[in-house]
Design a protein around this ligand. Structure first.
Ligand code: ZN
Length: 195
């Protein structure tokens, strides 16, 4: 799993809506372990499978951003319900490095998900954990935090997004990023194995 890496906006996999995972095997566990490593290297607190170019409905998080198995949480096939209240908080994303903006989200939600052992768990979450869970679940639906900004803030971040787009185009011209068709074919192959 050493070939996994974090992809950045506007990579098409970040817009992919992942289907539920149907089985967990040793390879999937290795992917999850590698996702934690990549998240820590990038000093993040959450990372969704789409962000490592995989169409799997899972994300990892650790609010401390420091390696510690007791703080590590894995969410498979998360479902968010019962949004309550509304709260604004600053967000960033490992797929949009260096970009931060305030995002309004429900203050509290109920989340249900499976762990790697196949156990269903659920919780009412708020604060930073609630925000991370909502941000990461959005990723699994192909939604980025920049989609949830007010029109005024979208205007503010437009130049930064344009820079990311130019960089992506240049990487693609150099051949470092495959074509959309190649990316989609690879996602379909992963999907046929786990979903
Ligand atoms: Zn993100």
């Amino acid at each position: 799993m050493s070939d996994l890496r974090i992809i950045t906006y506007p990579h098409p996999t970040l817009r992919y809506r992942s289907k539920p995972i149907q089985r967990v095997d040793a390879e999937l566990r290795a992917i999850v372990a590698r996702m934690f490593e990549l998240m820590y290297e990038a000093k993040g607190i959450g990372l969704a499978a789409n962000q490592v170019d995989l169409p799997l409905r899972l994300f990892v998080c650790n609010l401390t951003a420091e390696p510690n198995p007791e703080e590590e949480r894995v969410f498979l096939n998360p479902v968010i319900r019962r949004p309550r209240g509304s709260e604004e908080g600053e967000e960033g994303c490992l797929s949009l490095p260096g970009l931060y903006a305030p995002v309004v989200r429900p203050a509290r939600v109920h989340v249900q998900a499976y762990d790697l052992s196949g156990n269903l768990f659920d919780a009412d979450v708020d604060g930073l954990l609630g925000r991370v869970i909502q941000h990461e679940t959005d990723h699994l639906d192909g939604v980025l935090f920049i989609d949830r900004l007010t029109e005024m803030r979208k205007h503010d971040v437009a130049p930064a997004l344009h820079e990311f787009e130019l960089e992506f185009r240049s990487l693609r011209e150099q051949g470092s990023i495959p074509s959309d068709d190649t990316i989609l074919a690879r996602l379909a192959e992963w999907e046929s194995r786990y979903c």
